[in-house]
Design a protein around this ligand. Structure first.
Ligand code: NAP
Length: 263
């Protein structure tokens, strides 16, 4: 596990999507470094369980903010919960996908994904970017996806939204460097979390092995500490995307066909 300097990345870290998968592991690794955590997601009971477990195991403080990050106005509950805290690390990780033929999906649902996968990153990076720059130290991790490398049929809106945290992070990596703030982008390829099955991917049929959440977070923190722009170069990202695109599209189409009512 990576050693995080509490003076730089503590005493508090904020993690979105902390109720599951990659976000839960970010929170665990921060807490294991003795950093207090603010945990955000929609499922309050799950967040409370995680907060209690981290407090008991690592002797840190944990605050829970149950919030739907797919709605506008998220900075109100976030600032209310964090204005009195000295936050050194922000992990903007929460995200979701909504596979299906673009023109058949409800526009309202597509807009919620844009709110979650785009506007929430904007709001958090802007608000905490200002705070961290004023503080003169700290880090921001933005979580994108390998699908940011190109348009993914049947996840058209999702892949488009994932380009936002990638480009935002690449630019902020340079802008905030002078202020002493490290910004990096985690570009997950395939990580073993509930989202894989939810999207309709069959682990066994995928061209690449799923990595653990521990490994994904380790890669992100390695990149953050070394002040690298992202966990994958653009060239490697494009290669990984091209390797899996065909298989992923086939699996999603098969899942969609199986879900169609028989005529
Ligand atoms: N796993 C992969 O292979 C993979 C690949 C590419 C990109 N990613 C990205 O990695 C990030 C983490 O995903 P994961 O794999 O860890 O999936 P996950 O286990 O499903 O976790 C997603 C997290 O986001 C939260 N979330 C989703 N919608 C939300 C909303 N409207 N408001 C607040 N929180 C919300 C969920 O919490 P609640 O349900 O409690 O709200 C959960 O904590 C996402 O941005 C995802 O797109 C993952």
């Amino acid at each position: 596990m990576k050693q995080l300097d509490k003076h730089v990345y503590g005493p508090w870290a904020l993690v979105t999507g902390a109720s599951s998968g990659i976000g839960e592991e970010f929170a665990r690794q921060a807490a294991a470094n003795g950093i207090n955590v603010v945990l955000l997601a929609r499922r309050e009971e799950r967040l409370k369980e995680i907060a209690a477990a981290l407090t008991a195991r690592y002797d840190v403080q944990a605050r829970v903010v149950a919030v739907d990050l797919g709605r506008d106005g998220i900075l109100d509950p976030v600032t209310e919960a964090t204005d009195d805290l000295d936050i050194g690390l922000v992990v903007s990780n929460a995200g979701a996908g909504n596979p299906g033929p673009f023109i058949s999906l409800p526009r309202e649902r597509l807009r919620e994904i844009v709110q979650l996968n785009v506007i929430t990153h904007l709001d958090l990076a802007h608000h905490f970017g200002q705070r961290l720059a004023k503080r003169g130290r700290g880090g921001i991790v933005l979580v994108s996806a390998v699908a940011a490398a190109g348009g993914l049929p049947y996840m058209a809106n999702d892949s488009a939204t994932k380009a936002y945290p990638l480009n935002l992070g690449e630019a902020l990596h340079v802008e905030l460097r002078q202020a002493g703030v490290h910004v990096t982008v985690l570009v997950p390829v395939l990580v073993n979390t509930p989202v894989v099955a939810r999207i309709g991917l069959d682990k066994l049929g995928l061209p690449a092995e799923l990595i653990s959440t521990e490994q994904a977070v380790d890669e992100a923190l390695t990149s953050l500490l070394a002040n690298q722009v992202s966990t994958l170069t653009r060239t490697d990202m494009t290669a990984a995307f091209e390797d899996m695109k065909g298989a992923v599209v086939e699996m999603i189409q098969a899942r969609l066909a199986a879900a169609q009512p028989a005529h």
